[in-house]
Design a protein around this ligand. Structure first.
Ligand code: NAP
Length: 361
């Protein structure tokens, strides 16, 4: 890579599982289509000891040129003048306040999915970002995978399957929620527990991306119907039907925490000239595409995609380019797309009953 590629100095907020995955990935030396450099400039945690352990486990082994500043609070990350962009890896219910605090300090933000607990909170955060003029994006990393880009091109540019008719996508995990402590983010409605916001969001992402053919303001609003199965107020299964009025395209987007789907095909998109099947460890992480022509006996086309680590570096590279270009939102994951997703999930929860204490309905 040449030296004129952008570099982002990240401030990591929280030291849980997702922060470790993100940091491990962006500190890898190489990945396909690498187009930016990433430095872990600062780490903030509820405890300085946890912060030191996180740095020792995930940053020190990579022998970085810059040693991160380690803080026993999140605010010190927001106030660190050497941090270009804050990455937020707390449970869903903290995203709104973490984003608002970072924005107040003038920081750019990449916030884990789901962006917030509901659409009202998302609107509040975007209003604050707009007023301050900072960049902010929901970290829907799947949208930046080369395999996702390839599916979009095959469907909407190459029109490989002809007229798009319908799709389905499923994300299933087997989590023994009953055995978890009440404080777990998988169990506590106050922390946003439930399959929908945790993994159903990926099935819905595939629905929006494959059926709408556009993002943000250019995308049509789907009609939505849905149902949920609840256990102790938390949705263990959610099933959502999307229908696009202008084309009649339909999608079924499902999630469950009661069944591990395993590393098999997770999405199928059908059209007048054939169908596409997408494979990956989960619906978050596509790695292989197959195109089956309609003609009987025709051989499928197969594309496989190399992915060292997990694949979080592609969204990080996109942020680096957005910051270099002085943008406040990303064109593949614009604010409107996050709001659309939050509104769809609000509707699913209103119909299905998975209400959070913070919801005003
Ligand atoms: N993109 C993806 O594929 C992906 C995968 C998993 C999770 N996520 C998202 O990432 C977020 C965090 O998930 P996770 O699995 O990393 O959670 P986790 O392992 O429980 O870590 C969350 C961290 O947030 C901080 N925190 C602050 N207040 C907390 C509280 N009351 N309870 C628990 N943690 C608290 C803690 O860090 P400190 O003590 O250091 O402050 C904790 O380690 C969620 O919004 C989730 O949807 C995304």
């Amino acid at each position: 890579m040449t030296t004129d590629v952008p570099t982002v100095r990240w401030g990591i907020v929280a030291t849980g599982m997702i922060s470790s995955w993100f940091v491990e990935d962006i500190l890898l030396p190489e990945w396909p289509h690498k187009s930016a450099n990433h430095i872990i400039q600062a780490i903030g945690s509820s405890s300085l000891d946890k912060c030191k352990k996180f740095a020792n486990d995930f940053v020190t082994p990579t022998k970085p040129k810059v040693q991160p500043s380690l803080y026993g609070s999140y605010q010190e990350v927001y106030d660190d003048k050497d941090v270009d962009c804050v990455y937020i890896g707390t449970p869903h219910s903290f995203h709104k306040q973490n984003c608002l605090d970072a924005i107040k300090a003038g920081k750019n933000v990449l916030c884990e999915k789901p962006f917030t607990m509901n659409a009202d909170e998302a609107e509040e955060v975007f209003a604050a970002a707009k007023e301050k003029g900072v960049f902010i994006m929901e970290a829907v990393w799947t949208r930046f995978f080369p395999a996702m880009q390839a599916v979009q091109k095959l469907l909407h540019e190459d029109q490989k399957i002809g007229r798009i008719i319908r799709m389905y996508c499923d994300f299933g995990l087997d989590i023994d929620i009953a055995s978890l402590p009440d404080s777990s983010r998988y169990k506590d409605p106050a922390l946003g527990a439930g399959s929908l916001l945790d993994i159903g969001i990926y099935s819905l992402t595939w629905g929006l991306v494959t059926l709408a053919g556009a993002v943000g303001d250019k995308a049509e609003e789907p009609e939505v119907s849905s149902t949920q199965t609840l256990s102790h107020g938390v949705d263990t299964s959610s099933s959502v039907i999307l229908k696009y009025p202008s084309t009649g395209r339909q999608g079924i987007c499902t999630s469950t925490t009661d069944f591990n789907r395993g590393g098999v095909s997770f999405a199928r998109i059908e059209g007048s000239k054939g169908h596409i099947v997408v494979h990956g460890g989960t619906a978050a992480s596509p790695s292989k595409i197959e195109f089956f022509p309609k003609e009987e006996g025709a051989k499928p086309d197969v594309w496989e995609f190399e992915k060292p680590g997990r694949g979080f570096y592609w969204e990080a590279d996109a942020v680096a380019h957005d910051l270099k270009a002085g943008k406040v939102e990303d064109e593949r994951m614009p604010w409107k797309e996050t709001l659309r997703m939050m509104e769809i999930m609000d509707g699913v929860r209103k119909r299905g009953g998975a209400k959070f204490p913070v919801d005003k309905w």
